[in-house]
Design a binder for this molecule. Sequence first.
Ligand SMILES: [Zn+2]
Length: 328
Amino acid sequence: MLPKFTEFDKKIWEKELEDFVPESVFDAHSHIWSEAFRKNNTQNTSALRLEVALEDLHRWSLTLFPGRNMGYIPLPTPLKDIDYSGHNDWTAAEAHSAKSAGIPLPVIPTMLVVPGMDKEEISLRAERDGVKVLKPYRVYADDPKNGVITDFFPESFMEAADEHHLAVTLHLSKETGPADEQNLKDLERFTRKYPGIRWILAHCARAFNSVHLEDSVHRLAKMENVFVDTSAVNDTYSHYLLFKYFDREKILFGTDNVSAGSARGKYITFGYGWEGYFGKESLEHCDSRCTFIVYEQLRCQKQAAEMVGLTKGEIEDLFYRNSLKFFS
Ligand SMILES: [Zn+2]
């Protein structure tokens, strides 16, 4: 079931966001899911198991961003012990149903890649299903917290991705994510070794806490095939650092909708960490209701755009032109 959109959310949209979000929005990081593929998954309470077909994602996007021309990278949902093959078949088929769902901008076929999969399956789906984006995920590493990139995205997959010129939406693992020296060295090496791959580092290179981007942004900015999506990052300074030091044409707007991006709450940062705040406590002298994480993200992006003085054209690039160029 899709979230409820209330008068409270509408007020924030109308007062703060409506004038910032351009007429077209390409969501470069969203997820779809169907319980038909849950198989042996035991995460029964995981919010990620929210059933969202492409049609639902689109309907919800038009609720959040009324009247906008939408396009998507609808990623599969990276849960464990699911029917990977079935989920990948369905995810590609959903992308191909975009026209009949009345979605005006492109919808890009994607697939989940899990260690142990045959790299030929990547080639097959790239050729047969037109898959253009791979989705590995750290939960498939033996050590999901400290895994290096190859623990969940082995080089055999990179060879297939390189050959077929695929993009890879990569959520970095390890405690300091983009600031981790091993992650940075690996990215420097793999971008040189596999020039056919374009890496989309999810969540501003996983800079939920901007402290991890302060130094690394300068190194990431030098890597030719490294892009970022902005999904779910509620730290204004991360967006600012990207606008200031990263190639603005390599920043792709994304939401992490529906289950994560449209949870009612905010990611807050402290020390070297972050967590989701979902409005459990309230002070008596403020309105303590939460809106959606994606609206908090948009507030941050708007603030950062204001700080660096993005032009109207650059804001449009961020929301859709960069992505359209990426897939053209
Ligand atoms: Zn995601």
